[in-house]
Design a protein around this ligand. Sequence first.
Ligand SMILES: Cc1cc2nc3c(=O)[nH]c(=O)nc-3n(C[C@H](O)[C@H](O)[C@H](O)COP(=O)(O)OP(=O)(O)OC[C@H]3O[C@@H](n4cnc5c(N)ncnc54)[C@H](O)[C@@H]3O)c2cc1C
Length: 411
Amino acid sequence: MSSEHDAGSGFSMELSQDLREMRDWIHEFAETVIRPAGSEWDEREETPWPILEQASKIGLYSLDFFAQQWLEPSGLGIPVAFEELFWGDAGIALSLVGTGLAAVAVSANGTPEQMGEWLPLMFGDADDVKLGAFGVSEPDAGSDVAAIRTRAAYHEASDEWVLNGAKSWVTNGGIANVHVIVASVDPALGSRGQATFIVPPGTPGLSQGQKIRKHGIRASHTAEVVLDDVRVPGRCLVGGKERFDLRLARIREGGSAGEQAAMKTFEATRPSVAAMAVGVARAAYEYARDYSVSRVQFGRPIGQTQAIAFMLADMGTAVDAARLLTWRAAWMARQRKPFDHAEGSMSKLVAGETAVRVTERAIQILGGNGYSRDYPVERWHRDAKIFTIFEGTSEIQRMIIGRAATGLDVR
Ligand SMILES: Cc1cc2nc3c(=O)[nH]c(=O)nc-3n(C[C@H](O)[C@H](O)[C@H](O)COP(=O)(O)OP(=O)(O)OC[C@H]3O[C@@H](n4cnc5c(N)ncnc54)[C@H](O)[C@@H]3O)c2cc1C
């Protein structure tokens, strides 16, 4: 077949020139700035503001960069960027991309005016870097998002929404400039009665609760957020009140509500989370591979034993398999193809579990050194575990995939 014919066949596994250049640019930042700082910020358990500033200066931490990658025609902009960032260090990388979840929550369902007003305030600029945060989870509502108790009440006279409740586990919670909060407007309707609200910078009543001390991704700030009579202007309901009222009216009449907003956000971001996990897994695989070639025992490199080489073979294969599922889901999402077989969940499930397994195997290959904090693989293993928990646990992903497979209401 001619190459012209190939080009027209509509299928290619090759990244475009733009994507390759972007990947190499991010990789350089990950290699020279992020990775060398990983251990320090893990120990400090703080948001690495100086690195955010550096990333902002070069345009990497910016609305422009994120928007450009989200809109990249193949859908692979975000997965390619995230894999490289998380290859550098997951905690620091999560600080660099945590704002993305809040940004997606507004851009997936918001009006053009809301995007124009609030997204820039989530990123700030190189002289004054800002963050965004997205709060759904609560102490009694983790996997069961329908159970959230945070309430939003509309006050017609002042055209304001008043939010009351508490959010747990909010990435960037309390330190973000803009918080995006899911609250229940009509509790009787469960998740269908929920809406998403933007809380503008400095709004009285929103405060940080306890900061969580974590097992991994410790350079990413996670905290409770308390909402005590938080009054936000009517225009802060994501998507607008008119659309929301219409939706509620349809539901009350027994019609379909379409997808619930928070779930839509998570579905759209799942391949991105999978790409984060692929980055951590690849880092551990490459590190263990290089170590196995240089570490000599019994007069030969340990990589020359089948025990180690076979482990590496499984690790490398698993990383590539996870990436392929991730790229497929990201491509489908960008082409607006429905995830009929829960392809987004498949990517997140496989990549998350691969990251845990591959980082654990990497520790095994490094032996005692793998267990030491002087080597990065123990940190990467701690970091990897988050990918089977947040944005839907592995069990919840299996539930979604199982439902798609059987058509049954698997619970
Ligand atoms: C570091 C970190 C950052 C986070 N960032 C954010 C954030 O920015 N915003 C946000 O809103 N949330 C965030 N989260 C919350 C995260 O999304 C939840 O932790 C997650 O959804 C799981 O909820 P849970 O912790 O309450 O666990 P639970 O829902 O209590 O689950 C406990 C266990 O039960 C299992 N389980 C529950 N229901 C079922 C079922 N029906 N079938 C089978 N198994 C089930 C789960 O899989 C899990 O193994 C973050 C969490 C962490 C740890």
